[in-house]
Design a protein around this ligand. Structure first.
Ligand SMILES: [Zn+2]
Length: 407
């Protein structure tokens, strides 16, 4: 029996680490474009100071190929893992075992929020959670959301509930470091959680781009600390400050790379006859001579309709709305062959008390998750009616489900 839930358990407060580093943000450069974030109202690019992220966006700075996304595609020349030929660097072979009807793949996420000593770069937990929601809306094509027009990949994301040592966690870390905030220094060696088992997302200045991953997983990065997704903090989450890159689609795009996708315009105009082995190695996305910027509503490139609404193009957030079936097949192939220890393919939660990993097992992690959620009045603990009210009915419902056990 579980009848004496202690609802006074207090977890360590989140937020800024103690201030101790007084160095000024370092000046960093992307190519010939120096980029320096002093604060959200003082952003210096190539000698010009902008007083808001809106002003940066209006300047067209992110409408160039070298600032939108700086993901690298260096092919080491060999498939060092020796497997995954269905979705290696050179080709995509669409196979039934990678189709979404083979079951949901659930990916644990840790978000490392890095801020400067002035507090620039801080992202509240609610906005971090909103980004996970957006990922799920887009990858699951949830009806009634911005992602609803796409195809359902049956790939789901959740903030980790257990850290690498097995301790309960909300899946978010906060770090204050000016060098790391400027995307300098090997911060991943200090912060990464086992990259075989967690999607590690970092928010900081992203080296002056909206985001990037260091390389596709087919290159052997998986398992190293540097395996990561990096997103500009002002473009992270729903209703982020950086309009028109404010709806969480930078992260959707970068996670597409993290799961093995190229840009739709990779290689420019290519033969559609050999579409599986050139360009983006995807046959149901037409080739493009160059990225689509803005929100054109339609575009012809290479003599064909451009896939301007694809998450792997460069359109504004509101105009991105789909992964194609072949892209989904390649991502699921990548998960199976190149990130084999990442996704959870096991059972779903067995009842309303089954709140934490491992699912289908009711244990202290579930109790902790309920207590944390109840204390913070989060939806996870709002089990009983009325919705939005956290009272003894929720506690009783949790206890009843917990005691009834998983089938
Ligand atoms: Zn990209």
């Amino acid at each position: 029996m579980l009848t004496t839930l202690a609802l006074t358990l207090v977890t360590a407060p989140l937020g800024a680490a103690p201030l101790g580093d007084t160095e000024q943000p370092a000046r960093i450069g992307i190519g010939a474009t120096p980029f320096q974030i002093i604060s959200d109202t003082e952003i210096i690019i190539d000698g010009v100071t902008y007083d808001s992220w809106e002003a940066v966006a209006d300047s067209g700075y992110f409408h160039t190929e070298h600032t939108r996304c700086i993901t690298g595609f260096d092919d080491p020349g060999v498939d060092i893992r020796g497997t995954g030929a269905d979705c290696d660097f050179n080709r995509t072979r669409v196979e039934p075992q990678y189709q979404p009807d083979q079951g949901v793949r659930r990916i644990p996420v840790v978000v490392h929020v890095i801020q400067s000593t002035s507090g620039t770069g801080f992202i509240p937990e609610s906005r971090v959670r909103s980004q996970i929601d957006v990922l799920n809306e887009d990858f699951l094509a949830i009806a009634g959301t911005n992602g609803g027009a796409g195809d359902d990949a049956q790939i789901e994301f959740f903030l980790a509930t257990e850290d690498p040592q097995g301790n309960p966690t909300n899946g978010i870390t906060y770090t204050t470091n000016n060098s790391w905030f400027n995307d300098s220094g090997s911060y991943w060696n200090a912060l990464a959680w086992d990259t075989n088992r967690y999607l590690n997302i970092y928010t900081n200045s992203a080296s002056g781009a909206l985001g990037y991953v260091p390389s596709l997983p087919q290159g052997g990065i998986v398992g190293s600390n540097s395996d990561r997704v990096v997103v500009l903090y002002s473009s992270f989450g729903r209703n982020a400050p950086l309009v028109p890159f404010h709806l969480g689609r930078t992260t959707t795009h970068e996670v597409g790379h993290y799961l093995g996708l190229y840009h739709t315009f990779n290689g420019g105009c290519q033969s559609t006859a050999s579409c599986a082995t050139n360009g983006d190695r995807i046959c149901d996305t037409n080739p493009e001579s160059s990225p689509t910027f803005g929100c054109p509503g339609g575009r012809t490139s290479c003599g064909l309709p451009a896939p301007f609404d694809n998450y792997m193009d460069y359109a504004d957030d509101i105009c991105m709305e789909r992964f194609t079936p072949d892209q989904i097949n390649r991502m699921r192939c990548t998960l199976e062959n190149w990130r084999p220890n990442l996704a959870i393919t096991g059972p779903q939660a067995c009842n309303a008390a089954d709140l934490a990993e491992p699912l289908a097992v009711l244990d202290l992690a579930d109790v902790q998750a309920f207590i944390d959620g109840f204390t913070a009045q989060q939806p996870i603990a709002d089990i009983a009616a009325p919705a939005g009210v956290f009272d003894l009915a929720d506690v009783q419902a949790f206890i009843d489900d917990f005691n009834s056990g998983c089938p």
